[in-house]
Design a protein around this ligand. Structure first.
Ligand SMILES: NC(=O)c1ccc[n+]([C@@H]2O[C@H](COP(=O)([O-])OP(=O)(O)OC[C@H]3O[C@@H](n4cnc5c(N)ncnc54)[C@H](O)[C@@H]3O)[C@@H](O)[C@H]2O)c1
Ligand SMILES: [Zn+2]
Length: 283
């Protein structure tokens, strides 16, 4: 057993190298198995190590956070950080994912909330029943059904588009503006994505005829997640959002929903982004 540094400190080239050397010492062979127990950061780096050591060894993920269970361990993206987040990695599924609901049931509420932000996103883009579970029960939504439904949403989307050429982009609902707020305000990912979803809901109303902004935002607030941004520099948020645009070449692409459970990726103009930023108190 080897313990890795906590959170994203685990996702470094140094940790990967130390772990490779440890596997050498163990004379780890291709028919041995890596079992990765921890949150999304741990499974991301363990997946990277398993994908590359001896050109690939088997790995089982045992996610211990809700976000890990429904998001990071599903879909086969492995990653480490090199000067920027998730800039090196490979696409490779684990051999198996084992989710222990009792572990998730014992999570501190803040970690539960972080995962709930991604789970309600799954409902918003592809599963109205999942959304309604959170709408009715908040953080007390039945965990087993939440996990089952959220995993299904992600697995279905990824099955259609493993290498993120198109459809997989719908998983980024709330993430374009959310990421900018996360970086600029130094907030947790889940909290920033919650605000990002409020902004994306406003974009959706404007360009996709979405008529349930209020319901969406009330359900997000019902999870104890924020629906407005802390004070941030609007110009910096705009330029961070524009960075996303550069990567896409030619126009900002954003995920919008036309109804709860129906998502698509569309091009969005600057005026629409500005209007959405104002809805969350930016600019
Ligand atoms: N590969 C993907 O597709 C994908 C998707 C989403 C996120 N991610 C990655 O996942 C990471 C975030 O995952 P996370 O939210 O699980 O955070 P994390 O792995 O950083 O863990 C958060 C904290 O929770 C602690 N923790 C883990 N299990 C616990 C438990 N059962 N009880 C109490 N504390 C526990 C950890 O030690 C850590 O301090 C990021 O690095 C992100 O890039 C990857
Ligand atoms: Zn996310």
């Amino acid at each position: 057993v080897r313990t890795l540094p906590d959170r994203d400190l685990a996702k470094s080239v140094a940790v990967v190298e130390e772990t490779y050397l440890w596997l050498n010492e163990l004379q780890f062979a291709r028919n041995d198995l890596i079992v990765a127990v921890g949150g999304g950061a741990l499974t991301d780096v363990a997946g990277f190590i398993a994908a590359t050591y001896l050109r690939g060894v088997p790995v089982v993920y045992m996610p211990t956070t809700l976000l890990g269970a429904i998001d990071a361990s599903i879909g086969g993206k492995t990653a480490i950080n090199i000067g920027g987040k998730n800039l090196a990695g490979v696409f490779r599924h684990p051999n198996r994912v084992l989710i222990d609901l009792e572990v998730l049931a014992g999570l501190p509420v803040e970690l539960l909330r972080e995962g709930a932000a991604e789970a309600i996103k799954a409902g918003l883009i592809a599963d109205p029943v999942l959304f309604e579970l959170f709408e009715s029960h908040g953080l007390d939504a039945p965990l087993e059904e939440v996990v089952r439904r959220a995993v299904t949403v992600k697995a279905d989307v990824v099955r259609e588009d493993f290498r993120e050429q198109g459809r997989r982009g719908i998983l980024n609902y709330g993430h374009t503006i959310g990421h900018a707020i996360e970086m600029e305000a130094g907030m947790s990912h889940g909290h920033a994505v919650a605000i990002g979803m409020v902004a994306a809901g406003a974009v959706s109303a404007r360009v996709a005829g979405f008529g349930h902004e209020r319901r969406q935002n009330d359900a997000i607030a019902g999870l104890g997640l924020p629906t407005a941004s802390p004070t941030v520099d609007a110009a910096r948020i705009r330029s961070l959002v524009a960075l996303d645009k550069k990567r896409d070449r030619g126009g900002l692409r954003m995920t919008v929903i036309s109804d709860i459970g129906t998502a698509s990726v569309v091009s969005v103009d600057d005026a629409t982004v500005d209007a959405a930023l104002q809805v969350v108190g930016i600019g």
